[in-house]
Design a protein around this ligand. Structure first.
Ligand code: SF4
Length: 463
């Protein structure tokens, strides 16, 4: 379904927003005066909270026909975000404790064959101390992230989790800090042990839902196995995070739509979506350099030409209609429409690709920021891609710096662990939900958007 004019696009937005409003009403979040601390709970513990949309519809949403239509998409996503998860922005402190990786993904600087990268592994004590420092600064979620590094076995990770869970926060007893793990693919038994030790969430981006593209970019890995891991995490009761990269060679709007359909099918609690930034010491980095001239035309798509494994025909079709930053913002916005209750980070990759990227994402549906609280002596070596933002920032200034950014947008920093709003209650009605969002209704939700002046025919297409 190709939407060619603003009116049609507006109707589509109107329709999907109506479905989001109905979903929120169905889970007790859409009516005036409803309890903002309500969570989605059924006898099984969960209710589906994704909007049913077919891939063609999603592809149409990802391709607003004009700049005005694109602005309407961002504004609508922002309104849905406000109605569904409120104005709070959740800060998650990432501790990147090992940059060793056994994989060899085609775009990532941590790949095992990048011999130029100095490698490090933090000790359990160092990780726990970094977590303690983050908690003292005000963070209530700690994300433990590494390359796929089996040097950290099940016992070591469980020890880390238990010790961090035992750290009391200034305002509440031990156990109130949420832990997200992001360690890549592991056996089911290990996921189970980590969960048993106290891990609340697991982030495993699916990267791309195109099995062929997945296989090409991740040697020795398969999308089937990725899905299997995500299903295990779901079965084990984690709050599940996934997400995809925007701007991969060979990616089309259809493959991006398949990514979002996959996130909706999985009904994730979190989705991290960022633009591709290739590391120069990778096959894609080298191909990109070689094909620089070819890529210099902004409309030539973001393929990597000869050597990328794509045929000439595939290259011709492998085009995204806008640059990766714009496409990422659109993807975040559409994800908010499809998964109103998900936590969506304004990713560091977006902030690196565009100095205003995180702020723009927060105004297009995002509600999470994940600053890097890795001790500075290690941080610069966690080089998935080069020139990452805030690389040399002192952890102690990070919280206040982000707070200023967030309040400057008219939002506020959450002071609770920021569990998924659809997470079953644990230990009482409002456990872990210290920051109820502002009250509904939002008129735009109960009365989906009318054509605004910004959507008038006077505006021009930018495509
Ligand atoms: S993307 Fe992840 S699994 Fe792949 S090389 Fe980088 S750290 Fe390793």
């Amino acid at each position: 379904m190709q939407v060619s004019d603003e009116c049609e696009y507006c109707e589509l937005l109107h329709d999907i927003t109506g479905r989001a409003a109905a979903l929120l009403t169905g889970v007790g979040l859409g009516e005036k005066g409803s309890r903002r601390t309500g969570r989605v709970r059924t006898s099984d513990g969960f209710a589906a909270t994704a909007i049913a949309a077919d891939p063609e519809e999603i592809a149409s949403l990802l391709t607003p026909p004009t700049l005005a239509a694109e602005r309407a998409l961002f504004a609508t996503a922002n309104r849905v975000r406000r109605a569904a998860v409120g104005d709070a922005v959740h800060l998650r402190a990432i501790i990147e404790f090992s940059n060793h990786c056994e994989r060899s993904c085609w775009y990532c600087g941590l790949r095992r064959f990048n011999r130029k990268l100095p490698r490090y592994r933090m000790t359990v004590d160092e990780v726990v101390e970094a977590a303690r420092a983050a908690i003292a600064l005000g963070f209530r979620t700690v994300v433990l992230q590494s390359g796929e590094d089996s040097w950290y076995d099940e016992r070591t990770i469980c020890t880390m989790v238990r010790r961090i869970k035992g750290i009391p926060t200034p305002s509440s007893p031990a156990g109130q800090v949420a832990i997200t793990l992001s360690l890549g693919e592991r056996p089911r038994a290990e996921y189970a042990a980590f969960r048993e030790a106290g891990a609340d969430r697991y982030l495993l981006k699916h990267e791309t839902a195109d099995p062929d593209l997945y296989r090409r970019l991740h040697p020795g890995m398969s999308f089937t196995n990725r899905k299997q891991c995500l299903h295990w995490l779901r079965e084990l009761g984690y709050q599940v995070g996934s997400g995809n990269i925007v701007g991969l060679p060979g990616q089309t709007v259809s493959t991006l739509a398949a990514d979002l359909a996959f996130l909706a099918e999985l009904d994730v609690e979190m989705a991290g979506i960022g633009p591709l930034i290739v590391h120069p010491e990778t096959p894609l980095g080298k191909l990109a350099k070689r094909n620089e001239a070819r890529r210099s035309n902004a409309n030539s798509g973001y393929g990597y030409g000869k050597g990328s494994g794509l045929t000439a025909d595939a290259m011709k079709d492998a085009r995204l209609p806008a640059d990766p930053v714009t496409m990422t913002l659109r993807t975040v916005a559409v994800t908010r429409l499809l998964l109103p209750l998900a936590h969506l980070p304004a990713t560091s990759a977006l902030g690196t690709a565009d100095p205003q990227g995180r702020q723009r994402a927060l105004q297009a549906g995002a509600n999470v920021v994940m600053p890097d609280l890795t001790p500075p002596r290690y941080r610069r070596h966690y080089e998935i891609y080069p020139n990452k933002i805030c690389l040399f920032e002192d952890p102690s200034s990070c919280f206040s710096c982000l707070s200023r950014m967030i309040t400057g947008l008219g939002r506020y920093v959450a002071t609770d662990p920021g569990h998924s709003p659809k997470w079953p209650l644990q230990g009482g009605d409002d456990a872990g939900q210290g920051n109820p969002a502002p009250a509904l209704p939002n008129p735009a939700m109960t009365n989906p958007p009318l054509p605004s002046p910004a959507m008038s025919k006077g505006e021009h297409s930018h495509d």
